[in-house]
Design a binder for this molecule. Structure first.
Ligand code: AMP
Ligand code: MG
Length: 696
């Protein structure tokens, strides 16, 4: 039961709470792969319903499966619907409430409606707690005033949860009754709007694209304080969005496998250990100071900067189980063990005849037994002493024999096999387990799966592997001068080259790219865009605005977060590299100049993102090849030259000017010249690193 997205909603029975985020309003958070986006504040029910419809419509269009969890009783205790609407049908009861409830941001009829309902039941109740100053007929102020209404106080699921409230209590600290009356109409409308694409668990089979479920936001009370949100409702939706999206498909299916009654069930009730475990498996977040490097007056050598990244980053994505058919290019989150030995039994490497080896030098003559051993159809008997048997490539070597002579080296006449020796014992036969043995670790966590890996895993009998969810990398260009490629542009404007280029790079590195467009040179606008981006991204690559000038808003904003680090790296090309955490999301502030942006992305972002994606640190090796060029280089900086291979030698782009974007296309890689002064003459070995090697 895999959901791509989980939305957790904390509903409310109160009136509009105003424009500024406050507690006891409606809050929602979207989770995926164990990570939650920034909680969304929804000031009233009308706004919240519109947001839900928009969000679900969007996910639906993208083909994503969504679980929507509400901290809201979906049903009343047994017998209520039967008495009120004539049948014990919870979803029909929702429609009844939808027809009766009147709602607006400032006013609703929940107390009057509760009194009206009570009037239909014998005795006093079941609803109680009139929260209004005026008396309402049939609605007692105290629970103890109720008697004889004939309904249970709680549902079975409520009894399974410590501290749960009865839906009959309409108001007072912790009460849930008011929001239930004010929530059911919204649920009824969602059902009508999304019709067949939506189901309500557990009343309907949860096999649709959208599944609504009731849950309870006090299942893991001790964990709420760990969420990075001041307002408790925000922390709760964030926590449960993480928890429910961290569950494996199997765990979700298990939680959903309950007997449906008219009372419904609370997703996760009584299963808090399962929820906790899902969360345990998630990696911790990056620390806010992970980019803080000791600042000296000197320029940091490239290797020192890389060593810092290696030491301070770790995987941040959750895990999922995927079929090996979908696993190429993904990163293993757990070791893979051979499920069976390979080959599982001794088999023939060629077509020929099997006999008990060795065969002595000279002519060998052996009687053939009837039958043969073919791939998939082995010979079941034992070959008698001194006999041979027909065998085909890949067939099990039968009992009694161990060596195979190649068909082309034999003649067969009247059931006698003849060939010339010598042939060693075991020739042309493969031993059981000679390639892999059952239980043996064949690939380690952190491995980025190659097509060859997929073949090996398949041969070892493994069909599913646990991998990291892809890292979501946002790409944002900054600058007032930027216009989208292909648009019309004035002379003072330039086309955004970095956005598409960095997006293409990150995609090649195997990440999920989230294009974030272009930000103007305006601090507030950039702040908003970064805030938005951190809802959906695990890391953000920006370009431009990363120096210390008046229009360098990326540096300016990050420097206010307390996590800002300006890395002055001794390299060419490349101006300072700006790193920082924005809402706990790492931002790599790359230079605006496209050549510098690409080189810095290759050298720093590629390995950093690889670690965050779960792939471990990897330094691109490159190759030593003879130079075709001459160059003399001063001491101090590492220089990266755009380069390509021609006739076995490395040539470099004629202009080192970093404004020449065409050189990025001309080149197939970089030549890295280390810090010491050096003079390179044609024929001298230089280190050439193909572009593809950086993010592999
Ligand atoms: P900045 O770092 O913002 O001062 O930009 C440095 C240089 O790079 C300026 O000439 C910018 O116009 C140019 N630049 C910045 N962003 C981009 C981009 N996305 N595409 C192409 N050029 C850019
Ligand atoms: Mg700029």
């Amino acid at each position: 039961m895999n959901f791509d997205k989980v939305i957790m909603v904390d509903w409310s029975g109160g009136n509009d709470r105003g424009p500024k985020p406050v507690k006891d309003a409606i809050w929602a958070a979207i989770g995926s792969g164990g990570q939650a986006g920034e909680p969304v504040y929804l000031r009233n029910r009308q706004v919240a319903e519109a947001w839900l419809i928009d969000t679900l419509t969007d996910f639906r269009a993208r083909g994503e499966r969504v679980l929507v969890g509400f901290d809201l009783c979906f049903a009343y205790p047994k017998g209520f619907a039967a008495k009120l609407i004539g049948r014990e049908d919870t979803l029909a009861l929702w429609d009844w409430f939808e027809a009766k409830v009147e709602d607006s941001p400032t006013k609703n009829n929940r107390f009057d409606l509760a009194g009206e309902i009570n009037a239909k039941f014998p005795g006093v109740g079941p609803f109680w707690f009139n929260g209004l100053p005026r008396d309402i007929s049939h609605l007692p102020r105290k629970g103890t005033q109720r008697a004889g209404h004939g309904l249970p106080e709680k549902r079975a699921a409520d009894l399974a949860i410590k501290g749960s409230f009865s839906p009959w209590q309409l108001a007072g600290a912790g009460a849930v009754g008011g929001q239930v009356i004010m929530g059911l109409p919204m649920l009824a409308r969602l059902r009508k709007r999304f019709t067949d694409a939506l189901s309500v668990w557990p009343f309907e089979a949860p096999d649709t694209q959208i599944v609504l479920a009731e849950t309870y936001f006090s299942l893991l009370p001790d964990l709420v304080q760990d969420e990075p949100h001041q307002i408790k409702d925000a922390a709760q939706v964030s926590l449960y969005a993480r928890v429910f999206s961290a569950l494996s498909g199997k765990a979700t299916a298990d939680l959903m496998a309950v007997q449906a009654t008219s009372e419904g069930w609370v997703l996760g009730a009584g299963e808090t250990e399962v929820l906790r475990k899902a969360l345990d498996k998630l990696p911790p977040r990056l620390k806010n100071d992970c980019f803080a490097m000791p600042q000296g007056a000197y320029w940091t050598p490239v290797d020192e900067a890389l060593a810092h990244l290696e030491a301070h980053l770790h995987p941040v994505t959750g895990t999922q189980s995927v079929s090996i058919a979908d696993a190429s290019g993904l990163i293993l989150a757990e070791d893979v063990m051979a499920a069976r030995s390979h080959p599982p039994a001794p088999n023939a490497a060629v077509d020929g005849y099997a006999f008990a080896g060795p065969a002595p030098e000279g002519l060998n003559e052996l009687p053939l037994v009837q039958g043969r051993s073919a791939a998939g159809v082995p010979y079941e008997g034992t070959v008698p002493d001194g006999h041979a048997i027909r065998i085909l490539t890949g067939a099990n070597v039968p009992d009694g024999v161990d060596t195979v002579v190649l068909q082309e080296d034999t003649t067969v006449d009247e059931d006698t096999l003849r060939f010339y020796g010598p042939l060693k014992k075991g020739a042309n036969a493969r031993n059981a387990g000679e390639d892999m043995t059952i239980g043996q670790p064949i690939l380690a966590a952190g491995r980025k799966l190659t097509p060859g890996d997929i073949g090996m895993i398949a041969a070892a009998g493994v069909g599913q592997v646990t991998v990291r969810r892809p890292l979501r990398v946002g790409v944002l260009s900054t600058g007032d001068e930027l216009v989208p490629p292909g648009a019309s542009a004035r002379d003072a404007q330039i086309f955004d080259a970095n956005g598409p280029m960095l997006a293409a790079l990150a995609a090649e590195w195997g990440h999920d790219v989230i294009p974030l467009g272009r930000a103007p040179d305006d601090r507030d606008a950039l702040r908003e865009m970064l805030n938005d981006a951190t809802r959906s991204c695990d890391a953000i690559l920006t370009s431009g605005g990363a120096s210390a000038g008046a229009e360098d808003h990326v540096s300016a904003l990050l420097s206010d977060t307390g996590s800002f680090a300006l890395w002055r790296i001794a390299m060419k090309p490349g101006r300072p590299l700006v790193l920082g955490m924005w809402n706990e999301t790492p931002v790599f502030g790359l230079p605006g100049n496209p050549v510098a942006a690409m080189v810095c992305a290759l050298v720093f972002s590629a390995p950093a993102l690889r670690v965050m994606a779960g792939g471990g640190w990897r330094k691109p090796e490159g190759y030593l090849l003879p130079a075709e060029f001459s160059k003399s280089k001063k001491e101090g900086r590492t220089e990266y030259l755009r380069a390509r291979i021609q006739n076995g030698c490395v040539e470099v782009f004629p202009s080192e000017g970093s404004g020449r974007v065409s050189g990025l296309s001309w080149a197939t890689g970089l030549v890295a010249l280390s810090a010491p002064a050096q003079t390179i003459a044609p024929g001298d070995p230089v280190r050439y690193i193909p572009f593809a090697d950086f993010g592999r």
